[in-house]
Ligand binder design. Structure first.
Ligand code: GUN
Length: 283
């Protein structure tokens, strides 16, 4: 069986094409705050900026020195919060050591109306109220849902196993799936019967952060697999799943690269458009 390829390049192109006229009309502006020179952040930021350019969205890259103090970073956040021309911004993670312990405080300082990462308590909390309150959902979970929808993968009534419980992917995607009437199981490093759980899934969301951890013997025939991981190995980039092995067993699978990654970037731009719409409605 050749599985359906959940092609994030195709799905994100469709989303960006939908967003482009809205960007033209609303003219939002995105600011990316980077502290230091983490190599993977460099490449993520490049992709985000490239997509902004593609849809003609104003963007600015604030690249701060690796030695930036907490107070200095908070001053930048304060300035961006107050600047009416800035629609949305985010602080790229991970941060250098002197700031890493203070990530919750840093996220909390971002105005919820400009929190286009959707990492703050206000935007995360609103998702618990239901689908219609998912105004600024975190970009990766939002991209996963959009990817499934683009390829007409039914979510309602399906048993979805989310492997990974991070605040940025696992927990919020589980809520978004629940909001769409899936039956959701969240598994994590302390789950005792991990393989048995995964084997029950109609849809597997792999967000563990371990290269090729989910293999063909762990999934049921015809399952749908969405791979959120991205790892640089000696053999090139790979995800959290063994794509080659799974290909003959699953009905649909997202590739790495070119699956969830482009969807995350497009969802971030979508959040910027939503943020601008909501700010205009208030002002
Ligand atoms: N680092 C890796 N992914 C992300 C993301 O989506 N947002 C932020 N702020 N940092 C990240």
């Amino acid at each position: 069986m050749t599985p359906l390829l959940l092609d994030g390049k195709e799905a994100s192109k469709a989303l960006l094409e939908f967003l482009q006229p809205l960007v033209e009309t609303l003219d939002p502006k995105l600011v990316v705050v980077q502290v230091g020179d983490d190599p993977s952040s460099e490449s993520y930021i490049k992709q985000k900026m490239k997509s902004c350019e593609k849809v003609g969205m104003r963007n600015e890259h604030r690249h701060l020195d690796a030695s930036t103090s907490f107070e200095e970073l908070m001053a930048v956040i304060d300035e961006l919060n107050k600047d009416d021309d800035v629609t949305g911004f985010f602080v790229q993670l991970p941060l250098p050591d002197q700031l890493n312990d203070r990530v919750p405080e840093i996220i909390k300082a971002i105005d919820p109306m400009k929190d286009i990462d959707g990492f703050g308590a206000y935007n995360l909390g609103k998702m618990f109220l239901g689908k219609e309150y998912e105004h600024l959902p975190p970009a990766t979970p939002s991209g996963i849902i959009r990817l499934l929808e683009h390829f007409d993968i039914e979510i309602a009534g399906k048993h979805v196993v989310v492997v990974g419980r991070s605040n940025t992917v696992g927990k919020p995607v589980a809520i978004m799936l629940l909001n769409r009437n899936a039956t959701v199981t969240i598994c994590h490093s302390k789950t005792k019967d991990l393989e048995d759980q995964i084997r029950k899934a109609d849809i597997v969301i792999a967000a563990v952060g371990k290269p090729k951890m989910i293999t063909a013997d762990m999934v049921k025939d015809g399952a749908v697999v969405v791979d959120v991981g991205i790892h640089r190995t000696e053999d090139g980039l790979c995800g959290d799943t063994d794509f080659k092995g799974l290909e003959s067993k699953v009905s649909a699978i997202s590739p790495v690269p070119g699956g969830v990654g482009p969807m995350t970037v497009a969802s971030l731009i979508r959040n910027c458009v939503t943020a601008k719409e909501r700010q205009m409605a208030i002002r």
